[in-house]
Write a protein that binds this ligand. Structure first.
Ligand code: APR
Length: 310
């Protein structure tokens, strides 16, 4: 294939993302992990599925970065996932070290790549990768809003017994309990859900969305969600690889947009071959503004904590 994507971390999210990238025949895939044999084994297993799945994407696995040179996109999933009782923020000290190291290693061989960050706590890990890479802000993007919106859409479709394909949803803010699902901008076939559901049902769905990750963690017990996170990262990668210019909610570095300065947080952006090509500013009500500001404060706290680790 003429495009190449490196996925760092060959665990649950990384291997699933590699599978989806290959099966959609978007690019060749290099899987990298620190554990010897795991990326090689998973890449070979996925390559052996290709004749049946009918694609010609090449998959390779490695413990070093040489194979991944000149990638168009690098998806960073390396790190530890949370266990029951943990918040995403509890991962910060361990994952900050991992994300810093892998970013430094990957940008040495892929200086023109777009980085898609998946490791948690997401918004804080975007700051780590942004600093460690020295990349311009448009080439460091966090995966959170697409996942949170997909969860919101799933629950809307379940509630109204309609096709998920008819649903759209917007979730702004940090990837944590302070995220800001926006019912006014969430629709079924273009009709705002505020016209279709009672407020108490919308509130229940909003709450389930904000706690969507924790719901999966409490069921799995040994790790966190990975099918939907992988799908979300691959939707972002596809928009970049094909220069589709989709508007998707992603964590991006704001410099005054939405009144927020020097902070990665989730807002709608246009994703094309240059990465984030535009930040879309939508009008928010006073309540929504306050909720976004509260979410930004939570990310600022983590950003400040990162400084204490340095
Ligand atoms: N370099 C490369 N890979 C690493 C490194 C490193 N320095 N450190 C850890 N890894 C690898 C692990 O060996 C493991 O294979 O990252 C992988 C993580 O996989 P899982 O434990 O299965 O975790 P996963 O569910 O994929 O989640 C990864 O994404 O959604 C977030 O919160 C989640 O931060 C977590 C990350």
């Amino acid at each position: 294939m003429d495009k190449k994507v490196t996925v760092i971390g060959a665990g649950n999210v990384g291997a699933t993302a590699a599978q989806r990238l290959a099966e959609k025949e978007l690019c060749d895939v290099v899987l990298i992990d620190i554990i010897e044999g795991v990326p090689q084994g998973k890449a070979l297993d996925l390559a052996e599925a290709a004749p049946v799945e009918k694609h010609d994407a090449h998959l390779t696995g490695s413990n070093s970065y040489a194979e991944s040179a000149n990638s168009d996109i690098v998806i960073i999933t390396a790190g530890i996932p949370r266990k029951p009782g943990m918040s995403r923020d509890d991962l910060i000290s361990t994952n900050a070290g991992i994300v810093k190291t892998v970013t430094q290693q990957t940008v040495e061989v892929s200086p023109d790549a777009v980085l898609i960050i998946v490791s948690n706590p997401l918004d804080a890990m975007c700051h780590v990768a942004f600093e460690a890479s020295g990349f311009p802000k448009n080439r460091v993007i966090g995966m959170a809003g697409v996942l949170d919106s997909a969860r919101f859409r799933t629950f809307i479709a379940m509630e109204l017994n309609v096709s998920v394909e008819n649903t759209t949803a917007f979730v702004l803010g940090g990837h944590g309990d302070t995220m800001v699902p926006l019912p006014r901008y969430s629709t079924v076939a273009g009709i705002p859900i505020t016209e279709l559901m009672h407020k108490d049902r919308i509130d229940a769905i909003v709450d389930r969305t904000a706690n969507g990750g924790a719901e999966i963690v409490s069921l799995l017990k040994t790790g966190s969600a990975f099918y939907a996170p992988a799908s979300a990262a691959v939707e972002m990668a596809e928009s970049i690889l094909k220069d589709k210019k989709k508007i998707l909610p992603c964590a991006t570095y704001l410099e005054g947009e939405y009144g927020i300065q020097d902070l990665f947080i989730g807002v709608p952006v246009k994703l094309g071959s240059g990465g984030v090509e535009e930040v879309i500013e939508i009008t928010l009500t006073e309540d929504e503004k306050q909720a976004l500001e509260k979410s930004a404060d939570a990310v600022r706290e983590l950003k400040a904590f990162l400084k204490t680790l340095a």
